[in-house]
Design a protein around this ligand. Structure first.
Ligand code: SF4
Ligand code: SF4
Length: 227
């Protein structure tokens, strides 16, 4: 199969995604704040972050038993729906994997028992230079340069043949089989899961915003109980 990436303006897509996320986050924050208020103990007139154990405990219970459960169910539905889509073997993810970690950092993580780092290093080798990686997916590198402040390292898989086919497809490791396991990953339009990502992205963003907000409140509760 010929390798062909349909180019898209990723920076514009990313900005749209950020805008969508801000709107969803705002709605989630309002919804959670309303639910917290509904649990206010009778007669208590203070602020939520005042030390009110009864209120905090009720909210933590609601987070764990209602919201976290809902997020889990929604995420399982997203992953189940992924099975309706299939890899088109465009080879982009084999040819360009990126990580915030350098090869040395990944090695050290693997030596310390990090399973993902071990799997990643068993598949990918680093590109000699960013320019080599740029030839594979120039829009993606451009978008990272425009938006990412931290260093990003680029890798590729040596098992990919010159005609962009996996030479060991039947035995490909689990991380290859699972990719993409998150609809919030950036995917090329050539990816067979691109449509899945587009369809489930609003729900995934909602789940992400809910998780961020409950983590924020949990931290505040924890800090206020230590004061
Ligand atoms: S093992 Fe095969 S499927 Fe996995 S990254 Fe390499 S070429 Fe791609
Ligand atoms: S998972 Fe997507 S990006 Fe990776 S080879 Fe398959 S179709 Fe291409």
């Amino acid at each position: 199969m010929c390798y062909n990436v349909v180019m898209n303006d990723l920076s514009a897509n990313l900005n749209t995604l950020r805008k969508k996320y801000r709107e969803i986050f705002q709605k989630s924050a309002e919804e959670i704040s309303k639910r917290i208020e509904e649990l206010r103990p009778a007669g208590f007139e203070g602020d939520f972050l005042d030390d009110c154990k009864e209120w905090h405990n009720a909210v933590l219970k609601m987070f764990d038993e209602d919201i976290a459960r809902d997020i889990y169910i929604k995420w399982q539905e997203i992953l189940a729906y992924r099975k309706m889509f299939h890899c088109k073997r465009c080879a982009t993810c084999c040819n360009l994997a990126c990580s915030e970690f350098s090869p040395e950092q990944l090695k050290s993580k693997a030596q310390n028992g990090d399973n993902f780092a071990t799997q990643f290093l068993s598949v990918f080798v680093p590109y000699e230079s960013k320019e080599d990686a740029r030839k594979i997916y120039p829009e993606y590198i451009k978008m990272l340069e425009e938006n990412k402040e931290d260093e990003v390292y680029f890798y590729h898989c040596p098992k990919l043949s010159d005609c962009k086919l996996c030479t060991d497809y039947e035995n490909r490791p689990q991380i290859c089989r699972d990719f993409p396991d998150n609809p919030l990953s950036i995917l090329p339009e050539s990816c067979g899961y691109y449509e899945w990502k587009q369809e489930v992205e609003p729900v995934a963003l909602l789940c992400h915003s809910m998780m961020e907000i409950i983590e924020f409140y949990k931290e505040k509760i924890c800090t206020s109980s230590q004061d």
